[in-house]
Design a protein around this ligand. Structure first.
Ligand SMILES: [Cu+2]
Length: 286
C-alpha cells in the first residue's frame, strides 16, 4: 500500500513571506477557486486546471471522512504509469510521485479549502483515508484520478469563481517529527502557511478535540482502533501530504477549546505512522 505515502523552504524564507504578504497585500490578488466534490467513493473534479496559485475547495457529499491528496507525476510520467506501478503493493513509492498538498480532511457534510501554487504538469488526486473497521484506503475503491495542470491560463472550471488569495497570519513548519507554529493561534480566523522542512513527506491534520480528549486519543483511535467507536476529535482542515520543500496555505476558524495537529504519513524506515514517532501537537485556544 505504498500510496499511503501521503503526506521547507527555510523558516527565514517563511517569515519573510508572511511579512511581505502582510505588508503588500492590502489589495489581495484574485485567484481561481476549484471545487471538488467527494462521494463514497469517487471524486467529482475537473480534468484540467491552469497552473499558478489556486484555492481547492473540497465538499464532502459522502458519509465517510475524505481528503484530497494531490501528487505530481514527474519525469513525464502519466496516470497509466502510476496504475502500472501500483500493481505491486510492496514496491516503494516511485521517486517521480511527489506529494504537493491538498485539503485535509473533511468530515461528512463539511467543506474545507487549501491553497497551492502548482506548476504545469501531470498530477493525480487521491484519498488515502480508510473507513471505520476497513483498512482499505479510499483510493482503492475509486477515489483516484488524473488532473492536468496546464501552462495555459484561462483553463477555468465551468462556473468557477475567483477568490482573494489568502494572506497568511502564521507559519507552520513540518519536520521529522513535529509541528512548529511561529506563534500561538487565537480564536477566530488563522491563515496558516505550511512548509515541509523534511526530510520525509508529512501531512498536517488539524483536529478539534472532543471534551476531555487529547491528541493521544486520536492517535490511538486511528492507529490502533481502526477508527471504530466515537471519534475523540474531528478534523477541521489541514494540508495533505507535502514533499520536502513544498508549501501550501489553509485557514482554520477557531473557537475556544483544545486542538491538535497530527501526521499519519508512513515512516520511510518502519512504515509506522509518523504520529507513532511523536508527530503530534496539542494546544488550547482561549
Ligand atoms: Cu509526518
Amino acid at each position: 500500500m505504498f500510496l499511503k505515502t501521503v503526506p521547507v523552504i527555510l523558516f527565514v524564507g517563511a517569515a519573510a513571506f508572511v511579512t511581505s504578504s502582510t505588508v503588500h497585500d492590502t489589495h489581495a490578488a484574485k485567484i481561481p477557486l476549484v471545487t471538488v466534490h467527494a462521494k463514497d467513493f469517487a471524486f467529482d473534479a475537473p480534468k484540467t486546471i491552469s497552473a499558478g496559485m489556486t484555492t481547492f475547495k473540497l465538499v464532502n457529499d459522502g458519509k465517510m471522512l475524505h481528503h484530497m491528496s494531490i501528487m505530481k507525476l514527474e519525469q513525464g510520467k502519466t496516470f497509466a504509469d502510476l496504475q502500472a506501478a501500483m500493481k505491486d503493493p510492496n514496491a516503494p513509492p516511485p521517486a517521480w510521485l511527489v506529494s504537493v498538498g491538498g485539503p485535509n480532511a473533511a468530515i461528512p457534510g463539511n467543506t474545507i479549502e487549501a491553497t497551492l501554487n502548482l506548476e504545469a504538469g501531470n498530477y493525480v488526486i487521491a484519498c488515502f483515508i480508510p473507513s471505520p473497521g476497513d483498512p482499505t484506503p479510499h483510493f482503492a475503491k475509486g477515489m483516484i484520478q488524473p488532473l492536468t495542470v496546464s501552462a495555459a491560463s484561462g483553463v477555468a472550471q465551468a462556473g468557477a469563481a475567483m477568490v482573494d488569495a489568502p494572506t497568511p497570519t502564521v507559519h507552520l513548519e513540518l519536520k521529522d517529527y513535529g509541528f512548529t507554529l511561529s506563534k500561538p493561534l487565537h480564536a477566530g480566523k488563522n491563515v496558516i502557511h505550511v512548509m515541509n522542512d523534511g526530510p520525509q513527506d508529512h501531512e498536517a491534520i488539524f483536529v478539534k478535540l472532543a471534551p476531555g480528549k487529547h491528541i493521544a486519543d486520536v492517535n490511538k483511535w486511528v492507529t490502533q482502533e481502526g477508527m471504530k467507536g466515537p471519534p475523540p476529535g474531528a478534523p477541521i482542515d489541514g494540508m495533505a501530504g507535502l514533499a520536502k520543500g513544498r508549501t501550501g496555505i489553509f485557514t482554520v476558524d477557531l473557537t475556544p477549546g483544545t486542538y491538535g495537529l497530527i501526521c499519519f504519513a508512513p515512516d520511510a524506515k518502519d512504515h509506522k505512522e509518523h504520529s507513532l514517532h511523536g508527530m503530534t501537537s496539542e494546544f488550547t485556544v482561549r
